[in-house]
Design a protein around this ligand. Structure first.
Ligand code: ASP
Length: 706
């Protein structure tokens, strides 16, 4: 087989008619028309129909072809021919031609696949092969088959194109791609670290990087001036549907720059990346301060594809007689609302009162929700009678109401409850009322975040990370109020309500950096221990610098408009952070743990529950989660001793011709005073109904036993 002569299936065109070609790929689908065999042959470029015709193809080749099955890997030689009129398939690019096969080589057979790989129907008129949706874990377990699907391959190819576009653009801007270590020290990005034990330094651990933050700043101190990396980052966070424990960031940093440099650079780059997916982004991107975003949308990731902005009406009710508002305002609260224009037909009194006011708003944390429909120039609501004409007029003007509008308002003593609940109502209503245009992309920079957030113990924590520059440096690290009033020189890039990335101008002054650590409550010794090496670098003329990181999995997923980020990652973890293909994470042998010095970790600082593990009976109780009374202990000890004797006996007999299969006679054992309750599933035989069915290494059993 001369593979050097091979041409790609998807690249054949009517101009190739008459050409002898060598093709290689996989059997996507086949159809037998009484001896005349049609096969869809698929390779990475696409699909072409190949034909085994007893009238023109040698008999032994036809016989061999009759044995072809889906996903066999084959090579064929044949002639490109036009299809007969009426047999064209408009759903494949090569649908006007086919290849009449003269030679066939089966390169590798395939077992029946656990799900259909083919996505294209062979029958003209049916666009897809009409396969059932496949469970995601099964797709991930056989990811190599899933990746043969043209749509998945297309995702990876386009991801590659987007990455190429990033590299080309940044290279042209003078950025240098540098790799930073994977085995490193903890980076403070707010998540837990994945730790890697060191064998050479037993008892010590590397941390996998949550981001290359410290290294990229050190590269700036190192004089690189413009760095980027398509960096793999690791964060041990709580599971969320669109989150991966390891993910790819476009990480970059530059010296002698300010925010405007970053905005211009990233807007150009983002527009180029989206253009790869055929999406034109309008520029310049919108900008909103964090305060404005919270005030008008209740979110620091505002979805700007639709209106429904908040209107503050607190001042209209300072002298109100409506007792609920009155009490809330007396407690320093606020009132904000949204005008849902022209939607009163879809938002009946019943929906507003019984669904939104009673159920949905409380589920978003609001204690209640006030609503008003506007009909015939009048407000209609269950509480409108409590408002004065002046208050109603005020609402009319403030919201600019017209007939058909619906007002909703949330009032609460807590500002954050108001904006958070109203923000969630805003999104809920927009989706329910179909106000979110799927084909619009609204990028926005969110700026001037609070530098710190309060912690429960009366201190502060960084909203981003501790290297973000504050808007002023004259703060007192011991004055919490002063600290909470600081804004940061950070920026997030948000598109359609999703944060694609963010970054900041950094602190390049060592004294300011020390003050920030002090504000965070890190003592000198702790600071030295954790960041000494980093702070030391700032003793040697650090340049002003800043940067940003963009989540590439999210960005690519948004550009390709896939339902999850897992669709654009070759081998992702599933929703429970596990890999169904390799079985990771998995247990490791005791020997391996011992070699890493991990067997006796903890010393006297036992983990909760470990104390019980010392006594064998307590340990049994602990692992089986079955408690027992003190007077049951002697009986359990006797049973355990008996089991041990039998186990010893079994061990002695192991390898002899007469091994023991059960160490005790089989009998139901019940606690005194309890009665056997046969399961109805056992009685009607359904208990083991699916017992012969095997999944992986397990027998399937009725759910009750799982
Ligand atoms: N290191 C930050 C992150 O990963 C990004 C940055 O500040 O550049 O979120």
């Amino acid at each position: 087989m001369q593979f050097s002569q091979r041409v790609y299936c998807g690249q054949l065109t009517p101009e190739d008619v008459g050409r002898q070609v060598l093709l290689a790929g996989w059997v996507d689908a086949y159809r037998d028309h009484g001896g005349l065999l049609f096969v869809h042959l698929r390779d990475r470029s696409g699909i072409v129909q190949i034909v085994f015709n007893p009238a023109t193809t040698a008999e032994d080749v036809c016989r061999q072809a009759a044995g072809l099955r889906a996903e066999y890997c084959v090579a064929v030689r044949g002639e490109v021919c036009p299809r007969l009129a009426g047999t064209e398939n408009p759903h494949i690019e090569t649908g006007t031609i086919e290849v009449m096969v003269a030679e066939l080589t089966v390169l590798a057979e395939s077992e029946p696949t656990p799900f259909a790989v083919s996505e294209k129907a062979m029958i003209a008129g049916a666009a897809t092969a009409g396969s059932d949706p496949v469970a995601e874990d099964l797709r991930l377990q056989f990811r190599y088959l899933d990746l043969r699907r043209p749509s998945m391959r297309d995702h990876l190819v386009r991801r590659h194109r987007i990455f190429q576009c990033v590299r080309e653009f940044l290279d042209a801007q003078g950025f240098v791609e540098v790799e930073t270590p994977m085995l490193t020290m903890s980076t403070p990005e707010g998540a837990r670290d994945y730790l890697v034990p060191s064998r050479v330094h037993a008892g010590s651990f590397y941390a996998l990087p949550q981001s290359p933050q410290l290294f990229k700043q050190l590269l700036m101190v190192g004089g690189l001036e413009r760095y980027f990396q398509l960096a793999r980052c690791f964060r041990d966070e709580d599971l969320r549907p669109n989150r991966q424990p390891e993910f790819t960031q476009l990480d970059l940093e530059a010296s002698f720059i300010d925010e405007e440099f970053i905005y211009a650079l990233i807007e150009e780059l983002t527009a180029r990346m989206f253009a790869v997916g055929g999406i034109a982004l309008a520029r310049p991107f919108a900008r909103m301060t964090w305060t404005e975003a919270m005030e008008t949308t209740g979110s620091d990731r505002p979805d700007l594809r639709f209106g429904l902005r908040f209107v503050d009406v607190t001042d209209l009710f300072v002298n109100t007689n409506y007792s609920i508002f009155k009490q809330i305002l007396q407690r320093g609260g606020c009132i904000k609302g949204i005008n849902i224009q022209g939607q009163s037909e879809k938002l009946s009194k019943n929906v507003l009162q019984n669904e939104y006011a009673k159920e949905i708003a409380p589920s978003f944390g609001a204690k209640g929700m006030t609503w008003m429909r506007v009909e015939g120039g009048r407000f209609e609501s269950n509480i409108v009678q409590y408002f004065s004409p002046a208050e109603l007029d005020g609402l009319r003007q403030r919201f600019g109401v017209a007939d058909g509008d619906v007002l909703i308002m949330v009032a609460d003593p807590s500002y954050s409850v108001v904006v958070s609940a109203l923000g969630q109502l805003r999104l809920h209503l927009a989706h329910r009322l179909g106000l979110v245009p799927a084909d619009r992309f609204c990028p926005v920079w969110i700026t001037e975040f609070p530098l710190f957030e309060p912690t429960e113990d009366g201190g502060v924590t960084s909203s981003h990370h501790p290297f973000t520059a504050p808007d002023r440096t004259d703060f007192d690290p011991a004055n919490i109020e002063d600290l909470l009033s600081l804004r940061s020189r950070s920026y997030d890039l948000v598109v359609n309500g999703e944060e694609l990335g963010g970054g900041s101008i950094r602190i390049s002054d060592r004294d300011v950096q020390r003050k920030i650590f002090a504000a965070l409550g890190l003592g000198e010794e702790e600071t030295r221990e954790k960041f000494g090496f980093f702070l030391r670098a700032f003793d040697f003329g650090a340049p002003p610098h800043g940067g940003l990181a963009l989540g590439m999995d999210r960005t690519v997923s948004m550009i390709l408009q896939t339902p999850s980020i897992r669709e654009v990652i070759a081998f992702p973890k599933n929703r429970s952070a596990a890999c169904p293909l390799t079985g990771a994470p998995s247990v490791v042998a005791r020997e391996q743990l011992a070699e890493l010095g991990l067997l006796d970790l903890g010393g006297r600082d036992l983990l909760p529950g470990d104390a019980q593990k010392d006594d064998p009976i307590d340990r049994l109780s602990w692992v089986s989660r079955i408690g027992f009374a003190a007077d049951e202990r002697p009986m359990l000890e006797a049973v355990r001793a008996q089991a041990e004797t039998l186990a010893d006996l079994a061990a002695e007999r192991a390898g002899t011709e007469d091994p023991i299969f059960t160490v005790a006679p089989v009998a139901n054992r019940l606690r005194p005073g309890t009665e056997a309750r046969p399961s109805p599933l056992a009685e009607n035989g359904r208990l083991l109904q699916s017992a012969p069915a095997v999944k992986g290494d397990y027998f399937k059993v009725a759910t009750i036993l799982e």
